[in-house]
Design a protein around this ligand. Structure first.
Ligand code: NAP
Length: 249
């Protein structure tokens, strides 16, 4: 067990997909987890499956009052907060000229403002509790540009930058802040996108939520000298591009 054994974590978007895998991995580390999500049925069911060290709380990450209530509830039920995983996120497809202004704002609101609000709410508690770890789930879309998902890309680059600023601000308080950058992962978010999305990567497959959870668990429990760092798991997608080689004969 790690130094975080017995401590308290909040995982946003924790009811399904990558967040659910992270919640499960942390409970296995003897960490108490608040599964914070809009999806009440899935979240309650997951908490029941994980046992007494897990609890579901309804959270809209864009709502400041809701954040305050969830952090209060987490500490009341499980004790001082030590870990925040900002995982909740949404994806919308639309080009620069076709995406509606309202949808652009909504994507940035959930993916970037929601994570900022989580840190804004949790940091005073982490300071008071002697430190902690924040993991922000960005994406390969926070490392490169992709056509047709400009709002998502902007939000994930923003989250990567916010992570670095927070790391610089909070290191002296014993709070580490890192970003995790998955490539295509099998979850409801990518359902229906097809195998072609991963076909050109060096590892030509989707990743699984448990592979992301293993990275997040490592960042929290093992990577004690890392802050402001990017942890990439993308099957090599951002490593480079295969070029046609000249004929050697
Ligand atoms: P997912 O299966 O769609 O799960 C996301 C969860 O976040 C859902 O339960 C969703 O609830 C919740 N959520 C959405 N808006 C919320 C809000 N305002 N407040 C609280 N919860 C909210 O997605 P996923 O694939 O597991 O993705 C998790 C994170 O990984 C996201 O940040 C995503 O951008 C990132 N990521 C995913 C991939 C991938 O290939 N899957 C790759 C790179 C990065 P609702 O269903 O009610 O909206």
């Amino acid at each position: 067990m790690s130094t975080f054994s017995g401590r308290t974590a909040i995982v946003t978007g924790g009811a399904r997909g990558i967040g659910a895998a992270i919640a499960s991995a942390l409970v296995k580390e003897d960490i108490s987890v608040v599964i914070a999500d809009l999806l009440e049925h899935d979240g309650t069911e997951l908490a029941r499956t994980l046992g007494p060290n897990a609890k579901f709380c309804r959270l809209d990450v864009t709502d400041e009052a809701n954040w305050n209530a969830v952090v209060d509830e987490a500490e009341a039920v499980f004790g001082p907060l030590a870990i925040l995983v900002n995982n909740a996120g949404i994806l919308d497809f639309g080009t620069i000229d076709t995406q509606s202004p309202a949808m652009f704002r909504h994507v940035v609101d959930v993916n970037l403002y929601g994570a900022w609000l989580g840190m804004h709410t949790a940091v005073p508690r982490l300071r008071a509790n002697g430190g902690g770890v924040i993991v922000n789930i960005s994406s390969t879309a926070g490392l490169a540009g992709y056509a047709g998902i400009g709002a998502y890309v902007a939000s994930k680059w923003g989250l990567r930058g916010l992570t670095k600023s927070a790391a610089v601000e909070l290191g002296a308080a014993g709070i580490r802040v890192c970003s995790v950058h998955p490539g295509p992962i099998h979850t409801p978010m990518t359902a229906g996108l097809g195998d072609a999305l991963a076909a050109d990567q060096p590892l030509a497959r989707y990743g699984e939520p448990e592979e992301v959870a293993a990275m997040v668990r490592f960042v929290i429990t093992e990577a004690s000298f890392s802050t402001g760092s990017e942890f990439v798991l993308d099957g090599g997608a951002t490593a480079g591009q295969a070029l046609p080689l000249p004929d050697a004969s």
